[in-house]
Design a binder for this molecule. Structure first.
Ligand code: KG4
Ligand code: ZN
Length: 402
């Protein structure tokens, strides 16, 4: 049995329940049981239509993948298969309900790892079929995009809003014009920002932990960067032309930055320590490089977000955004949150970000996305029937250019 980490979101339970109490109608709230298995975390949650999070269980698999330096798909799916029944049972029992008490069952349909998605989707469909409940197939990135409406309130995070979605699989700037109405203003041309954090963390030889507790590599890099001097290395900002001007898009690129880090490390090590063992050989070098990389990556995200806000102000696709939102695993990064809050303030906007525990993957966001569509009357046969299949590659909304 692998070491399993169970995270709970007790603070959010109380907060969101209070925030949404005024929305509760006389009728009892409708409950959704949700399942998330798109990557390496096995998660289930029960959430009510009044916004109350009755339970959230997440079993991470860090210890199984750390030795490989990245997520191994076949290990992830096999472990989901072993863990999911217990995770679902725990989510129901913590919520104090049975399957008969829930109004609908939801599961992540994509995008993500095919084997991992299949385990969760098939379990969700089977439970829904056996219990005679509606089934909702959820887009993982749409769920990240909508999470702040649960945690901060739908009145604060109202459509239209601009969302920077930053995870291990994606980096996107999306104008959310309404429920199910999303315009992608920019996306990554190569690696996602989370992938870049993960690869640099691996080159630096950082363990997947922070203060002795299991953590994702990006969080380990952020912790390492705290003791670093970013000015020690001048890393090139992505997608800059030689004359210093940026290219005319809201797209991202992170693979060149990752390579620049690797080259700078190799030059620094000069045949001494190996890549992958930098931290053990020279902790200060690892911290300085982590800080330099994080600063450049955040600067790039900031530049593109500033441009996207400008595009939105031009109002080609509807009204100017009501606020800026950041979500996805990398949104747990406090340096990024601080820079984006300042950027939003320049435009007189508020930055909203879910609490770090709801930035990474969990099933609360899957339940919430399902509830938004259920309550908004937006279920669709092709996405929400028991015949649906996984979509490992599934674009969110439509791409637009300026
Ligand atoms: O959304 P998420 O949990 O899973 C995907 O949908 O991909 O995002 C995971 C990504 C990983 O690359 C992880 O290293 C990164 O988010 N991450 C962070 C931080 N916490 C997690 N990156 C930078 N700083 C953090 N504090
Ligand atoms: Zn995610």
């Amino acid at each position: 049995m692998p070491h399993a980490i169970v995270r709970r979101t007790a603070g959010v339970l109380a907060r969101s329940a209070t925030r949404h109490a005024s929305l509760a109608a006389a009728a009892p709230p409708r409950l959704v049981l949700a399942i998330e298995t798109s990557c390496d975390d096995t998660a289930a949650a029960v959430v009510g239509s009044d916004g109350a999070v009755l339970s959230s269980v997440v079993r991470a698999q860090h210890s199984l993948h750390e030795g490989y330096g990245g997520i191994v798909p076949r290990i992830a799916s096999r472990n989901h298969s072993a863990q999911l029944p217990g995770v679902i049972a725990e989510a129901l029992s913590r919520a104090g309900v049975g399957v008969a008490d829930v109004h609908a069952v939801a599961a992540t349909r994509g995008p993500g790892l095919a084997g991992s998605l299949s385990v969760g989707l098939n379990a969700g469909k089977a439970i829904a079929a056996a219990a005679g409940k509606p089934f909702v197939g959820v887009h993982h990135m749409e769920a990240h995009l909508l999470t702040a409406r649960l945690t901060e309130g739908a009145e604060a995070v109202r459509f239209p809003y601009l969302c920077l979605l930053v995870s291990g699989g994606h980096s996107m700037l999306v104008l959310a014009r309404g429920l199910c109405d999303y315009c992608r203003l920019g996306e990554t041309l190569d690696d996602s920002v989370g992938e870049a954090f993960d690869k640099v963390a691996r080159d630096l030889g950082l363990g997947w932990s922070v203060d002795g507790r299991p953590a994702q590599p990006g969080a380990a890099l952020e912790a390492c960067a705290r003791a670093g001097d970013a000015a020690r290395f001048r890393l090139p900002l992505p997608l800059r032309r030689k004359d210093g001007l940026e290219g005319p898009s809201c797209n991202f690129s992170f693979s060149g930055l990752k390579t620049a880090v690797r080259n700078a490390l190799l030059a620094e090590l000069k045949g001494g320590a190996e890549l992958g063992a930098v931290h053990a050989a020279d902790a200060q070098l690892a911290s300085d490089m982590a800080a330099a990389f994080q600063t450049a990556a955040i600067r790039h995200l900031e530049e593109r977000t500033r441009r996207a806000l400008q595009w939105c102000r031009d109002a080609q696709w509807g009204a100017a955004p009501s606020c800026l939102v950041v979500s996805g695993g990398v949104a747990g990064n406090s340096a990024l949150r601080a820079r984006l809050a300042a950027l939003a303030a320049e435009d007189g906007l508020q930055l909203y970000a879910p609490p770090p525990s709801l930035c990474g993957d969990q099933a609360v966001m899957i339940a919430h996305a399902a509830l938004e569509r259920l309550e908004g009357g937006r279920l669709r046969d092709e996405q929400d029937s028991l015949e649906l299949t996984i979509r490992p590659k599934w674009p969110l909304g439509v791409a637009v250019t300026h």
